[in-house]
Design a protein around this ligand. Structure first.
Ligand SMILES: [Zn+2]
Length: 452
């Protein structure tokens, strides 16, 4: 009898809640489930070291102070959040437009089209709601492609006035690359960070995933952010066989572009939308596989053992590590700052620590990052090799790189125990907060659970 961890999931066909479990076979772990009408399903969720059992961290839950929905049908049908939820928001995502200037084959938001953007009054109500249900959260403005709104700087300003200190825009970077005045306006409005879709270091990857060569535009977007003191998080969507060979190049590019690049945040492909056949094991890049690929493709510069489970969301959802980037591009792992305490971690403490860490690490250091470039900090300026301590300390403040990953869940591998620990929440148009994975979840035929 293999090891078993009980949970619940949804049937990929009828979206009914069904019993499920993580079943451990040696070094592979599957989510297995059965629908009485539609049969058995299984999805690979973990493979190889670090061991599944040793990775998990128990938490002391925190429940919503202002639930957005009563408990009626039970998780995951009462999101709002409901009283069963076990973690507060650490990031609240506001979708400020459905329009997009790309037509990506892999878009989870399925952004094709409602022509009408939510009004500024509506978005102001969203911020007001967020100050009540998720006070102090980090805010991500998303879409669609949020930079298509000319009033995006006003939205950033509204968020700052509502009291949110860290506001980030999730973008493909095309407008940032072209429109310097717009980037300046965003900075002046108080934008801290750009969550830049950045799938690889070769145009062949963009052609495949986004339908167009985009590398030059992405690099121009990074340059503009550097010039205006906006931190950049590079976010590759990893798809097996398309860009999982490019992980080492992405790491090298991120290192080279510190300090404007603050983080490299991998998102293994999830299967939202219409997928008539269950994804195969080979369609999945599990977190442990990714940790090992990072080590292998960086020739051991970044090590799998550097990575730690999160203190905020469920352990099975992410990993992260922090590095000091030394002259010449060498990296040294440094103690995580987003982590608190030893298990069981009070969920609220984990959330506070993660909010604070992201707000500091994902924004640009100092006033103007272009003042500090590797070439201007000769760590070994003294010919005898003595370390210039002032330069070292200055560098340690700025040249930090976070490397992390988040594994989203789709209808095939959905684990409701994990969902209840979720801290990345999308605000629905009626101001209810819904975990990211549930908001985007679809059945096999594309039927949506939440997104309208
Ligand atoms: Zn079913």
């Amino acid at each position: 009898m293999p090891n078993f961890r009980a949970t619940q999931s949804l049937c990929p066909v009828c979206l009914e809640r069904i019993p499920a479990g993580n079943v451990i076979y040696d070094d592979r772990v599957y989510l297995e489930k059965k629908c009485h009408r539609h049969g058995d399903f299984r999805a690979l969720v973990w493979e190889g070291p670090p061991a599944f059992s040793g990775w998990q961290r128990s938490k002391i839950p925190t429940h919503p102070r202002y639930p957005g929905h009563a408990r009626e049908k039970g998780c995951p049908f009462d999101c709002g959040l409901c009283p069963q939820h076990r973690q507060r928001s650490c990031t609240i995502i506001l979708e400020v437009t459905d329009r997009c200037n790309l037509n990506c084959p892999i878009c989870y938001a399925d952004a094709q089209g409602r022509a009408h953007d939510p009004s500024l009054e509506t978005i102001d109500r969203w911020f007001a709601a967020a100050t009540r249900t998720g006070p102090g959260s980090n805010i991500q403005l998303s879409g669609g492609e949020p930079t298509l709104r000319n009033d995006l700087p006003q939205i950033v300003d509204m968020g700052r006035r509502a009291g949110f200190d860290f506001i980030q825009v999730n973008t493909n970077g095309l407008r940032l690359a072209e429109d310097e005045a717009f980037v300046r306006e965003l900075k002046n409005a108080g934008l801290a960070s750009v969550f830049l879709q950045f799938d690889g270091t070769a145009d062949a990857i963009y052609r495949k995933l986004r339908g167009r060569p985009l590398l030059a535009a992405k690099k121009a977007a990074i340059d503009r952010c550097a010039r205006h003191g906006i931190g950049v998080v590079l976010v590759p969507t990893l798809v097996p066989g398309v860009n999982d060979h490019d992980i080492g190049n992405l790491l090298r590019l991120a290192v080279k572009r510190t300090p404007v690049v603050r983080a490299l945040h991998f998102q293994p492909m999830s299967y939202f939308g219409r997928f008539p056949h269950p994804p195969e094991d080979t369609d999945r890049i599990t977190l442990p596989r990714l940790m090992r690929a990072i080590e292998a493709q960086s020739d051991g510069a970044f090590k799998a053992v550097d990575f730690k489970p999160p203190g905020c969301e469920n352990s099975l959802c992410s990993f992260s590590a922090n590095y000091l980037v030394l002259p010449g591009g060498h990296v040294r792992a440094i103690a995580g700052e987003g982590k608190c305490c030893s298990p069981p971690i009070p969920a609220l403490e984990g959330a506070r620590s993660a909010i604070d860490y992201v707000a500091r690490q994902w924004r640009a250091p100092g006033k103007n990052v272009t003042e500090v470039s590797p070439a201007t900090i000769p760590l070994n300026a003294d010919p005898k090799g003595a370390i210039d301590l002032d330069a070292f300390i200055q560098r340690a403040r700025t040249h930090r790189l976070s490397v992390s990953a988040m594994a989203f869940q789709d209808v095939w591998n959905l684990d409701l125990e994990r969902v209840r620990d979720c801290c990345i929440h999308i605000m629905a148009p009626d101001t209810r907060l819904v975990p990211f994975c549930l908001y985007n979840l679809t059945s096999r035929s594309g039927k949506r659970l939440y997104r309208v």
